[in-house]
Design a protein around this ligand. Structure first.
Ligand code: AMP
Length: 234
């Protein structure tokens, strides 16, 4: 398998890739790496919702309190956002879902959307132990200017709390405070984790990978290999 860039002029070996896992499991980081490698866009419902908050529009105002608390936004709102996004031309070759689906209702809505288009999804479950999740989430920092993600424990900026690329002071995401992290992990356990059993019962393609210790580029290569093996088996 080529180590990088499967995208150049080729079809992606997967059309609908779902990156699944708890907050802090590295879905966003992997989605960004895979997007370059597979040549299909990342669709992060968390990022889309944050964009609405930044824009200060009605949806943003409706969801900001919920997101600050660490709870999940209502299914109808998130399903509508995703459906609108998937209709854009850049999703025609395929897409990577990051942070969606997170409830059974969302999984069912996605399932209906995919069945109508005869697309089979591949779910990759990133498994990370609880203590590592807490370390990752509490150490997370982001550049508000260019979006680059850092972690004080595993990918610290060269200069304390400042972006390596543009010198902007890094920020902590509002929902990465200790109390909100707990709420987000609880929401995952209650509403999202049960989807694994649902995917299995539905016979949906599900691959599980240990995502605790590999550096992101190494994990990305493992995910790419798993995707290609799976495409060959079909
Ligand atoms: P994330 O950036 O994926 O960790 O998401 C941040 C927050 O956005 C979550 O804690 C939820 O409040 C909200 N959110 C993101 N994706 C979803 C989703 N699929 N369903 C409901 N709420 C979501």
């Amino acid at each position: 398998m080529p180590e990088q860039d499967l995208s150049a002029g080729k079809r992606s070996p997967v059309q609908a890739l779902v990156l699944f896992g708890p907050p802090g499991s590295g879905k966003g980081t992997q989605a960004k790496l895979l997007m370059q490698c597979l040549g299909i866009p990342q669709i992060s419902t968390g990022d889309m919702l944050r964009e609405h908050i930044t824009a200060g529009n009605v949806l943003g105002q409706e969801v900001s309190g919920i997101m600050r608390s660490g709870a999940l936004v209502a299914d109808e709102k998130v399903n509508a956002l995703v459906e609108e996004r998937l209709a854009k031309p850049d999703c025609a070759k395929g897409f990577i879902l990051d942070g969606y689906p997170r409830t059974q209702q969302q999984a069912e809505a996605l399932g209906r959307w995919l069945v109508r288009r005869d697309i089979a999804e591949l779910v990759i479950h990133l498994i990370v132990d609880y203590n590592s999740l807490i370390t990752r989430l509490t150490g997370r920092r982001q550049c508000p200017h260019c979006g680059t993600l850092y972690n004080l424990f595993s990918k610290a900026p060269k200069q304390d709390e400042v972006c390596d690329l543009d010198g902007t002071k890094l920020i902590i995401r509002e929902d990465d405070s200790a109390a909100v992290i707990k709420e987000r992990l609880d929401a995952y356990d209650r509403q999202t984790q049960p989807l694994i059993a649902y995917f299995r019962n539905q016979g949906r393609r599900l691959l599980e990978l240990d995502a605790s210790s590999d550096p992101p580029p190494v994990l990305m290569k493992k995910i790419c290999s798993a995707i290609q093996d799976n495409a060959r088996e079909r």
